[in-house]
Design a binder for this molecule. Structure first.
Ligand code: ADP
Length: 160
């Protein structure tokens, strides 16, 4: 077998320190890691796909084996196209578990060749989500501990 390739799909609206932690750790395990920004989300995003990709590129610039892309359609199809054998997802509190189990099980039904790997969040990010960041920032709360500085600036600009 050649390179071990994985994809880490998500909305990343915007990327938080929690996402970045998972990306950094997965990048140590896999030879190539595609961070794929999903544009088929039913959620109404604050940032465009391009803006989200740009922020991820900036904050993962120190990780040479990380590629940032956008993706639509089924994640297993995207993963297969990239030659990936794994989908990486982060797990926070118990509340993530049932949802992630559903997705992982559906993905296995769709393509049994692709394995889902869960990375446990660093406990300090257990309750950190993109929606929480936006909620706080909307009311001028301080999000500097929650997101990289470029993201902080971009979020502030959106709510100005
Ligand atoms: P989605 O809309 O697909 O859930 P997100 O951008 O919210 O996309 O999350 C992408 C992935 O990152 C998911 O696996 C999610 O569980 C994980 N994740 C989100 N926030 C954190 C965090 N604070 N710590 C660890 N993993 C996280």
């Amino acid at each position: 077998m050649g390179e071990k390739i994985a994809v880490i799909p998500g909305t990343f609206d915007p990327i938080t320190n929690g996402h970045l932690d998972i990306i950094e750790r997965a990048a140590k395990i896999f030879d190539v890691l595609y961070v794929s920004v999903l544009n088929n989300s039913s959620k109404k995003p604050l940032f465009t796909v391009e803006e989200r990709m740009e922020m991820i590129k900036q904050v993962t610039a120190h990780l040479p084996n990380v590629q940032v892309e956008s993706a639509s359609g089924l994640t297993v199809d995207y993963a297969a196209k990239r030659g990936a054998t794994a989908i990486v997802r982060g797990l926070r509190a118990v509340s993530d578990f049932e949802y992630e189990m559903q997705i992982a099980s559906m993905n296995r039904t769709l393509n049994a060749e692709i394995e889902t790997f869960f990375v446990m969040t660093n406990t300090k990010y257990s309750f950190l989500s993109s929606s929480m960041v936006k909620e706080v920032a909307q009311y001028q709360g301080d999000i500097r501990e929650l997101v990289p500085e470029v993201v902080n600036e971009a979020v502030q600009a959106k709510f100005k």
